[in-house]
Ligand binder design. Structure first.
Ligand code: NAD
Length: 297
């Protein structure tokens, strides 16, 4: 059997188009564009690339992008003062602080300074709490993107056995909570799990968010299972000095067993920015007290 490919790139493009249409309608109703502010501290090259692409995507989605760059010598006081200004700025609906921060800055303190109503990354403890108890809030972009791909493929997830490998605050834990809300029977596996292959073999849905190249093998996967590979790992390429990206799942083997699978790249990766834009637009509608038909997103 050869698995169907879950094309996250195409799904993300569709979502971005829908966001863009609703963002144009927002501008007409509110008399301003929805605004997303991104804060970058320091010169980390990968972070600079992410921030640039987030800015471009925001503008392409008919929203206003505000970029704030601080040197890596910035003090906690300076960063918190900037966040405080953005919290009070009515043109800013969403605030994202690019992580990781330089070591002298306390990430938790910085995140908890962002207004929960502008926390479009969903990392604030209030939003984590809202997700835990099933209240409306902001959900971290990557797991919400994974859920969208799963629901698009399967429709109703109720009663399915789901295994999430990884228990990080930004992917594994919120993913498990989202799947629980969808009435899946959820197992969270991690570095201390005994017999990981045996645990994964029970699953109708496998979400791998580990950060270990091609760790999940084909013979761990139940025939017909849906496999969502969150991992992004850079490994040596075929040509000397070149690298390539692989996921946490042995794609070549797993696609012969799974019912459907996300590739890396082109699977979960493109969903993250698309969901960020979606969250920023939702924040804008909420901040202006305007109704938004959530089904559209
Ligand atoms: P993390 O390092 O915070 O967490 C990794 C988790 O994997 C931990 O909970 C750990 O217990 C578990 N783990 C480690 N070794 C294991 C093993 N041998 N067996 C079972 N579990 C094990 O990582 P993260 O931030 O959750 O990211 C995970 C992966 O997803 C990374 O490759 C990251 O690059 C990728 N990622 C992708 C996106 C995206 O697509 N946009 C977003 C976030 C993270």
């Amino acid at each position: 059997m050869t698995a169907q490919l879950i094309d996250g790139k195409a799904f993300a493009e569709g979502l971005r188009n829908r966001v863009s249409v609703l963002a144009a309608q927002f501008e007409q109703k509110a008399g301003r564009k929805a605004g997303l502010a991104v804060v970058l501290v320091g010169e980390d090259p990968a972070s600079q690339v992410y921030v640039r692409s987030k800015g471009k995507a925001t503008i392409a989605a008919h929203m206003a992008s505000f970029e704030h760059k601080l040197p890596d010598t910035a003090t906690e006081e300076e960063l918190l003062a900037l966040i405080d200004r953005l919290n009070r700025d009515p043109a800013v609906d969403g605030i994202l602080v690019q992580l990781p921060l330089p070591a002298h800055l306390d990430e938790q303190k910085v995140i908890s300074t962002i207004s929960p109503d502008k926390d479009v990354d969903g990392f604030h403890i209030i939003n984590a709490g809202r997700l835990a108890v099933g209240q409306e809030g902001f959900v971290p972009c990557t797991p919400l993107g994974c859920l969208m791909l799963l629901k698009d493929r399967l429709g109703d997830l109720a009663g399915l056995d789901a295994v999430v490998i990884g228990r990080s605050n930004i992917v594994g834990k919120p993913m498990a909570q989202l799947l629980t809300q969808e009435s899946c029977t959820v197992t969270v596996a991690h570095s201390r799990t005994k017999d990981l292959p045996g645990v994964v073999r029970r699953a109708d849905i496998v979400v791998a968010a580990v950060g270990r190249p091609e760790m999940v093998k084909a013979d761990w996967i139940k025939p017909g299972a849906i496999v969502i590979d969150v991992g992004i790992n850079r490994v040596p390429g075929a040509e000397e000095g070149k690298t390539r990206l692989v996921g946490d799942v042995d794609f070549a083997g797993a696609k012969e067993v799974a019912g459907a699978i996300t590739p890396v790249p082109g699977g979960v990766g493109p969903m993250t920015i698309a969901v960020l834009l979606r969250n920023a637009l939702v924040a804008a509608y909420r901040n202006e007290g305007l109704p938004l038909a959530m089904g559209a997103l």
